[in-house]
Every structure is written in structure tokens, then in C-alpha cells.
Design a protein around this ligand. Structure first.
Ligand code: B12
Length: 283
């Protein structure tokens, strides 16, 4: 059944965009809209489908087919190979379709990060390390992952009161922004108000933002061996009264806690759990 356009509606897709996201032909969706099975709005004489309606329709369709999207979509080794191929060839569109499909199948942001994006980036890192990929290949792949994360975050706005607020960054000397972006995406999906500052931040910038936004905590990601920026940031944040949640493949639990981190997490799922714990305990 078609309705009239309501301008407050969230992200709207054209029929072609929706068909691309689902991986089916334009006509297939057109027929579903015409039959009233898939809700659509009319804007400027053509149909628009909200992402939420599309996701709900996909879930219903899979359930009706008796499909087991859970198992098929969580075949992570296969998913990693598929994404790796898209990242290596720079096929952003295929990567986007793969993630849209997973998201529509109910895969959560933390699962995407922990089971797909981070392991695929680790593979890119290995290939880069062995000179099987150039710096340009790695940069192109990284950029695609950034856009995928933006998209996954935008697709899951959580309404209602915020659990708490957090500044997310990497300290001076660490340019690996993607890990911090994953933390930001995971905490936002969890219901936190997130102030994501990106990478390589001077210490006073992180502290000032934490103070200005009266956040509950600061989450710092670390992907490098260098410790100067991270150590100084944790010291300054602790002195200013902010608990620091630390994680990332450049540092382990014992070292992070010894440096003064309130908690250490090894995944985005853990970041979500620990951030909630920090708010509850009022550290
Ligand atoms: C992409 C990339 C880059 C890009 C970053 C682009 C960007 N915008 O982020 C660029 C080109 C800038 C880069 C630069 C360098 N890189 Co680099 N890079 C990578 C690569 C391929 C992916 C990084 C990434 O995003 N990983 C994905 C993240 C999300 O994975 P993760 O850290 O494991 O995160 C998971 C958990 O740890 C946890 N987590 C992460 N953060 C946090 C935070 C909190 C609070 C919590 C709770 C949990 C948590 O959740 C995540 C999801 O499961 C890695 C390979 C790899 N194995 O990761 C190398 C890697 C990190 N880089 C490495 C190196 C050596 C460098 C350079 C020194 C190379 C050089 N010679 O110039 C420079 C360093 C520059 C600097 N000063 O920062 C090494 C680091 C080794 C080390 N520990 O010191 C790695 C591991 C590659 C390797 N095997 O040698 N790099």
C-alpha cells in the first residue's frame, strides 16, 4: 500500500537503491510494492522505500521461506573471503551490498566489526606486510571500510534515552582511526551518546572535549607499539576524573591496566559491555 510522503521519515531509498541493497531485480520490488507487500511512499511521482521497512520485509520474507539466515549469514570465514575480494579489487558497491544484506538479516554492529571487518582488515594488513598489496591498495580498502562503518551506524539509530556519553579517539601518535570508529559505532548502537574524534588527537583536545561534554568516560583505541601519547592521555584523563576504557590490537590487558585504564576490552562486544558497566558502577 503506498502512502503520501512524510518529510520526517528516515532514510528513503529509490526502488533501484532498495533492489541493489537486497540484491534482486528492480521489477521484483516494484511488484511487491504494487501488491502492497512492501510499504512505499510516493515522492515526486516515484516510489521511495524506508530502510526500516525494507529490513522488516526482508526478515519476513526469509522467515516465510523457512530460510536460516542466521546460519548462512554468520558463516564468517566465507563472509571474510567475500569482503576481502571486494576490498582488494576496490569494489565498494559489492562490499556495501554484502553489509546491507547482513544488516538486513539482523547482524549487529558489534558482530560486523568483531567477526567481519576487523578480521578482514587483519588479512589486508598481512597482505600489505608481505608486499602482496601496495599502500594504495590498503588505503583504498581502509576508505571503503570507513564508509561501511558510517553506513552501518546510520542504519541503526537507537531512539530513547541515552545510556551515557563517551568520547572516542586514538591518542597522539596513533593514526589508526578505523578501530576507534568501530568503538564509536558499537557504543552508539548500544545507546550511548558518542563524541567520536578520530585519530591522532593531542591530549588536551581529548580532555577538553570530555570536560565540555561532561561524558561518563573516554574510550581510547590503540593499534601501535608507541606509548607516549596513550600514557599521557590516560594520565591526563585520570587526573581530570574521567575513567578510560582501552582496547585495540596494539596493547594488552595487563599493560593497559598498569597504565591506568579503568577497563580493557578486546572486542567491540566487550567495549559495549564494559562501557555499560562503567556507567552503572559510576567509576
Ligand atoms: C589500515 C591500517 C593502517 C592505516 C590506518 C587507516 C585508518 N584510517 O585507520 C594506516 C595506513 C594509517 C596505517 C599506518 C601504520 N600502520 Co597500520 N595497519 C592497518 C591495518 C591493516 C588495519 C588496522 C585496523 O583498522 N584494524 C581493525 C581494528 C579494528 O582491529 P583491532 O585493533 O584488532 O580492533 C579490534 C579489537 O582490538 C577491539 N578494539 C579496538 N579498539 C578498541 C578500543 C576499545 C576501547 C575496546 C574496548 C576495544 C577495541 O575491537 C576491534 C574489533 O574486534 C592493521 C592490520 C591489523 N591487524 O589490524 C595495520 C597495523 C595496525 N599497522 C601497523 C603498523 C606497523 C603501521 C605503521 C607503523 C606502518 C608504517 N611503517 O608507517 C603506521 C603507523 C602510523 C601511526 N603512527 O599510527 C601494525 C601495528 C603493529 C604494532 N602493534 O605496532 C599492524 C598490526 C600491521 C602489521 N601486522 O604490522 N595502518
Amino acid at each position: 500500500m503506498s502512502r503520501t510522503l512524510n518529510t520526517t521519515e528516515p532514510t528513503l531509498l529509490t526502488l533501484q537503491e532498495a533492489a541493489d541493497a537486497v540484491g534482486c531485480h528492480y521489477q521484483t520490488l516494484y511488484k511487491r510494492v504494487r501488491s502492497g507487500e512492501l510499504p512505499a511512499l510516493v515522492a515526486g511521482g516515484s516510489y521511495r522505500i524506508s530502510r526500516a521497512d525494507l529490513d522488516a520485509w526482508l526478515l519476513e520474507r526469509d522467515a516465510a521461506k523457512g530460510a536460516v539466515p542466521e546460519r548462512a549469514e554468520r558463516d564468517w570465514p566465507r563472509q571474510i573471503e567475500t569482503l576481502l575480494a571486494s576490498l582488494i579489487t576496490g569494489d565498494a558497491r559489492a562490499a556495501r551490498k554484502q553489509l546491507d544484506r547482513l544488516t538486513a538479516g539482523g547482524v549487529t554492529v558489534d558482530e560486523l566489526c568483531d567477526h567481519l571487518l576487523a578480521p578482514t582488515l587483519a588479512r589486508i594488513g598481512e597482505l600489505w606486510h608481505n608486499n602482496d598489496l601496495s599502500i594504495a591498495d590498503e588505503h583504498r580498502a581502509s576508505r571503503i571500510v570507513e564508509t561501511l562503518l558510517d553506513r552501518a551506524t546510520a542504519a541503526r539509530p537507537k531512539s530513547g534515552p541515552r545510556i551515557g556519553s563517551v568520547v572516542v579517539a586514538t591518542a597522539l601518535g596513533d593514526r589508526h582511526s578505523i578501530a576507534a570508529q568501530m568503538v564509536a559505532a558499537g557504543l552508539q548502537a548500544q545507546g550511548f551518546s558518542v563524541h567520536y574524534l578520530g585519530a591522532n588527537l593531542p591530549i588536551e583536545e581529548i580532555v577538553n572535549m570530555a570536560k565540555r561534554e561532561h561524558v561518563n568516560m573516554v574510550a581510547l583505541s590503540c593499534c601501535v607499539a608507541e606509548r607516549g601519547g596513550l600514557t599521557a592521555a590516560i594520565d591526563a584523563l585520570n587526573a581530570a576524573g574521567f575513567p578510560v576504557l582501552v582496547g585495540g590490537n596494539g596493547i594488552g590487558r595487563d599493560e593497559a591496566l598498569a597504565l591506568g585504564a579503568a577497563r580493557y576490552g578486546g572486542s567491540i562486544a566487550e567495549a559495549q559491555k564494559l562501557a555499560c558497566e562503567l556507567v552503572r558502577s559510576g567509576v
